[in-house]
Design a protein around this ligand. Structure first.
Ligand code: UDP
Length: 233
């Protein structure tokens, strides 16, 4: 079992694949999955993206740096929405960020993060890395190291890493366990290279799993075989 985990969620978990905005049944499912790991007793940090609202790469009419800042604000919207949804079912939750000051957002202070976990709060890190030109995968790796996580879980819509695209190649083979070096040298698209590199440097394992398999987050937290794991050789 892992004691402290960071869960990276795409913004799309708020709305369903290929949609935009917020869908209540998707949000209910998301809350249920987070509740399972909170009830299990681990410290939970969350980084959520903004794919349901806006990704910087979608807007070429303005400078990329500005578009990315809009994207980062999208992650703040999702973080607040998620906080409200978790609180509604009795889960204590705090949103921390360096990009914006709002009444329900606290600044990131390392000393406070331990206090939040000790008091049983879920900590949502909003605003990505606070810098344009990155994505929330890199933010997840960074925040996971900052909060002292033992595991980073990337919740996706596929059940792990394959040696080729399983949609195009019927004989694609699932890779249950690979090294950071392999993940980088194979140029895997499942996560940013920067994220692999940060996790590799700090020897933080990453589990890639299918979030839409009920209970998969909990299985990963328990240390069961689920999805694919990326770790040192
Ligand atoms: N973003 C950024 N810096 C960061 C994290 C995110 O500029 O450190 C911006 C970027 O424009 C990105 C958007 O926020 O496209 C939303 O994040 P992401 O694409 O990772 O969301 P997801 O695909 O996970 O929903």
């Amino acid at each position: 079992m892992y004691q402290r985990v960071l869960v990276k969620l795409s913004g799309e978990v708020m709305c369903g694949e290929g949609s935009r905005g917020f869908d209540q049944s998707n949000i209910n499912y998301l809350v249920q999955q987070i509740a399972q790991i909170v009830d299990y007793g681990v410290n939970v940090g969350i980084v959520i993206g903004a794919g349901n609202i806006f990704r910087g790469e979608e807007l070429s009419e303005i400078p990329h740096s500005l578009a990315d800042q809009i994207g980062m604000l999208g992650t703040v919207i999702n973080a607040l929405y998620l906080k409200g949804s978790l609180q509604k079912v009795g889960i204590k939750c705090v949103v921390v960020s360096q990009v914006t000051s709002l009444p329900s957002i606290r600044p990131i202070h390392y000393d406070d993060i331990n206090l939040y976990f000790d008091a049983g709060y879920v900590v949502i890190f909003a605003g990505g890395t606070s810098n344009p030109f990155f994505t929330t995968d890199t933010a997840a790796a960074l925040r996971a190291v900052e909060m002292g996580a033992n595991l980073l879980i990337k919740a996706t819509k596929v059940n792990g890493i394959y040696d080729s695209d399983p949609k195009k190649n019927k004989s694609a083979r699932k890779l249950d366990k690979i090294s950071y070096y392999d993940a980088i040298s194979r140029g895997l698209k499942v996560m940013d290279m920067e994220a692999f590199s940060i996790c590799g440097r700090y020897k933080l394992p990453i589990v890639i799993l299918n979030f839409f398999e009920d209970g998969s987050l909990l299985r990963a937290v328990r240390g069961e075989d689920v999805g694919s794991i990326i770790m040192p050789d």
